[in-house]
Design a protein around this ligand. Structure first.
Ligand code: PLP
Length: 365
């Protein structure tokens, strides 16, 4: 078969395991499994969104909206931009990354990712012939090594990914550092704000000042809609207009559209999700930090990165011990820029957190 070289050479992306997979593998009941592996909202979706979906379900014989006007207005409102500065993606933020690649990447172009970060950027960009160039996070100081990014910018750089808060470190990039990168290049700087609500800061104000900034977001986290696959991007109208030229017109399903719209209108749900999320994170941080063998990172997101080298376990081993007890966390071995001694723990409900803390204490005793 005449498969393209870029596809033949692609390493498969390793996502967190689902509850069904784990239930089968470890002979557990699905409802007993605690999922702390994929940075979701553990309290479930907005009840108003569920009711709206139920009302719409009889209409799925019809094609969905294509121009998404009402949803763009709601997102513009939520983000404090104008509607022509909004694009919505139907496979979550992952579709937005794919559209960016289609608009900006020709084979041989470079993109920069400071490691460790979200591995899907690379997975989506490589099939377009894009070449990854890596900067780095300073894990000792838990901050972006800004020079490591500035030093690798060249004429071939088309896109720079700055994830803030960064997945998996949970760390914010100070806006002054983002500005230094924006000023150093005319490449597009994607500020990935998938988790911005948990940090209570954002970088939307940069859109009016820098034509090369693109803010990327998702409804999979605070907004509780990971299964509906909705993402959005914010940038100056010209960039957004080019992106709309190649975006698949019907990629957002009817039910996803309804879910997004009604969740954004449910302001109480959003406020509560943020408050409970931050409370859960701080609880986990304080409890994990008491375990002497763990290197627990301060997080501004809905997960915590934990170095486990001193425990005597590798990440794969500790994850397996937890799985046997019905708890899914993220073994970070597949993240470039981390060795085999890192795990990431997502926030759970308080009941889930307490069970997790009790089990991890027993395992590490
Ligand atoms: C940093 C970051 N960006 C983007 C995404 C993509 O989210 P989605 O495709 O679910 O919208 C994720 C998902 O985990 C993420 O961690």
């Amino acid at each position: 078969m005449k498969i393209r070289k870029a596809v033949k050479e692609l390493d498969p992306y390793v996502p967190g395991k689902s509850q069904d997979e784990i239930a089968e593998e470890f002979n557990l009941k699905k409802e007993d499994i605690i999922k702390l592996g994929s940075n979701e909202n553990p309290w479930g979706p907005s009840k108003k969104a569920i009711a709206a979906i139920q009302k719409e379900v009889g209409e799925i014989n019809r094609y969905p909206e294509s121009d998404l006007i009402e949803l763009k207005k709601e997102i513009a409102n939520y983000s404090r931009v104008s509607t022509d500065e909004v694009i919505v993606g139907g496979d979550g933020a992952d579709e937005i990354i794919d559209i960016i690649a289609k608009v900006f990447i020709s084979p041989g172009d470079e993109f920069i990712v400071p490691l460790p970060s979200y591995m899907y950027y690379e997975f989506l960009f490589k099939p377009y012939g894009a070449v990854p160039v890596y900067g780095k996070w300073d894990l000792k100081k838990n901050k972006l090594d800004l020079e490591s990014v500035l030093n690798v910018i060249t004429e071939k750089t088309k896109i720079i990914f700055l994830c803030s808060p960064n997945n998996p470190t949970g760390t914010l990039i100070p806006q002054k550092d983002i500005i230094k990168v924006l000023k150093a290049t005319d490449a597009v700087v994607i500020v990935d704000e998938a988790y911005f609500e948990y940090s209570e800061v954002n970088n939307v104000n940069l859109i009016n000042k820098y034509p090369n900034v693109f803010i990327m977001r998702t409804m999979s986290k605070v907004l509780g809609l990971a299964g509906m696959r909705i993402g959005y991007g914010l940038a100056n109208g010209e960039m957004i207009e080019y992106m709309h030229r190649i975006k698949p017109v019907f990629s957002l399903t009817k039910l996803s559209y309804i879910a997004a719209l009604n969740t954004l209108k449910d302001k109480n749900y959003i406020v509560e999700s943020i408050e409970k999320g931050i409370e859960s994170r701080e609880f986990l941080f304080n409890k994990l930090n008491k375990i002497k063998s763990l290197n627990v990172f301060k997080s501004y997101s809905n997960y915590i990165l934990v170095g486990i080298e001193k425990t005597g376990f590798k990440a794969s081993e500790l994850s397996k011990e937890l799985l046997k007890n019905g708890i899914i966390i993220r073994d970070c071995t597949s993240f470039k820029g981390l060795d085999e001694y890192w795990v990431r723990v997502s926030i759970g409900t308080m009941k889930e957190n307490k069970k997790f803390i009790s089990i991890i204490n027993t395992i590490l005793e």
